[in-house]
Each structure stands twice: as structure tokens, then as C-alpha cells.
Design a protein. Sequence first.
Length: 99
Amino acid sequence: MSVVIIALLDFIDVAEYKKYTELAGPIFAREGVKLIVNDDAPQSLTPGMEMDKVVVMEFRDDAHMAGFFSLPDYQAAQLHRDKGVKMRTVKTQRFEMPT
């Protein structure tokens, strides 16, 4: 079953985050990670839960996700992400409606 990561981002250093996206984008594409949401203007419906960006990623399964995050080139890109944003993440399973 596919794994979905929901990330809520607050910018610390936009230039660092931009470096991250330039490095990480091709890695996501190469490794078959689906970016379902990449929203720079999310609208919070919950008071006090504002954020600058929302990203939702889909991986084939847990092994795909773990392998992706352990790639040396992704780990190098991630250093820029961590300097650029404060991030809250949730891992979920994709829901398939029974037929």
C-alpha cells in the first residue's frame, strides 16, 4: 500500500529552501516519488495553524520511502531543506475506497 507524507512548512531561509528544491526535484523524479501537492499559498481552516507551504508526497510503500530518504544525494539536498524551513510531517497510508 502506498505511503503518503504530508509536510507543513514554515520558511526560515527561502534561499536555502530554493537550493533544496533545485537539488531534490530531479531526485524525486528519478526515484518515482509523486508530488501530489506543492502549494505555496495554503489556506488554513484551523485558527492558529497557519503555514507557508504544504507538500504531499506519495511513495510506493515503506521500503520505497526509506530507500529514498537514505539516498546520499537526497541527504545532501536535505541539509539545505533543514536550514530553509521548520517542518511538521505526518506519514499516512493511502486510502482506497472499497468497491
